[in-house]
Design a protein around this ligand. Structure first.
Ligand code: AMP
Length: 296
């Protein structure tokens, strides 16, 4: 059977990351990068995004390796999106040091005919105006959306517009409280479902993730990672694996398991270093473990 295609629009970044143990510069990151590597396990990936003239050869190589279609990957004069983050000693709290949109500022893609026709689209974390522009051009029947606290805080109106076009929303616990005012995730999910988004996935970091629709609640745990090296990108990987699974089989339960498995691999290295070297037996072992944590 031919593989399904997943359209991914999101940030493509050069990151600077400080963890309690290490500091790294010039890591190839961004929501689209992490999501692409994860989704490539399940679907052929088409990318919508932009990089600057400073984007390194290794970054271009990564995109050639994991994406099937780069027609809508723009290369512009200027600086690639860059982001810096520092994790506190508890590893849970992250401080954003800087966000420099670079060539993403004012970027409006014109989707190629091939990408207009893709059936499933993941709008990975990026400015909601850009997410909206991609959704409006695309004929996707399934729209999966990820976002973050920054956009909820500074572009709420634009985000609300995008939410009316969303079939699956992925957010973490803090973001669900920020969006709905509800601390309890079930109450938050109910509010979002009332708002018209039929399927909500709320991630609780090391406590797992929950899927809600109007009559189902499914949860999955986490794989116990021996040593966390860098949590950056775990949310994007989760979104990419979930969306890739939805594109290929439509199964939310499988999506939760595969998303949690790949997110556990992501945090074991900086950037996509572990994710791009994961071996099939290791991944399968994580998947089997996580199937045992499902609560249907
Ligand atoms: P996560 O750890 O899942 O929140 O994702 C971290 C990645 O998101 C990093 O590689 C950043 O480059 C990227 N990122 C951080 N802030 C933003 C933002 N405001 N919009 C889009 N991408 C971002």
């Amino acid at each position: 059977m031919p593989r399904s295609t997943l359209l991914i629009a999101g940030s493509i970044a050069i990151d600077q990351i400080a963890t309690p143990n290490d500091n790294r510069k010039n890591i190839i990151g961004g929501s689209a990068t992490y999501a692409m590597v994860a989704a490539s396990h399940f679907a052929d990936v088409s990318i919508v995004g932009i990089v600057g003239s400073d984007f390194p050869a290794a970054g271009h190589q990564l995109y050639r390796t994991y994406a099937k279609n780069l027609e809508d990957l723009y290369i512009a004069n200027g600086k690639t999106f860059s982001w810096g983050g520092r994790y506190e000693k508890n590893w849970n709290d992250r401080v954003t040091l800087f966000t420099d949109l670079g060539v993403f500022a004012g970027f409006t893609p014109h989707l190629s005919a091939r990408n207009v026709g893709v059936q499933t689209a993941l709008l990975a974390n990026i400015h909601p105006v850009l997410q909206k522009s991609v959704i409006e051009q695309s004929k996707a029947e399934v729209v999966i959306l990820d976002t973050m606290n920054l956009w909820i805080e500074i572009t709420r109106h634009e985000l609300d517009e995008v939410l009316t076009m969303t079939d699956y929303l992925l957010i973490n616990e803090n973001e669900s409280e920020l969006l709905t005012g509800e601390k309890d995730i079930k109450a938050a999910a109910e509010k979002l479902i009332d708002y018209g988004i039929r399927q909500i996935i709320i991630k609780q970091g090391s406590n797992g993730a929950h899927y809600f629709n109007s009559n189902e609640h499914i949860s999955v745990g986490v794989f116990p990672v021996e040593r966390v090296v860098d949590p950056t990108g775990a949310g994007d990987v989760f979104a990419g694996a979930f969306a890739g699974t939805i594109a290929s089989s439509g199964s939310c339960t499988d999506g939760l398991v595969y998303a949690s498995a790949l997110a556990s691999v992501c945090v074991e290295g900086f950037g996509v270093e572990k994710l791009s070297n994961v071996n099939a037996d290791d991944l399968q072992q994580r998947i089997e473990y996580l199937k045992g944590t499902l609560n249907l």
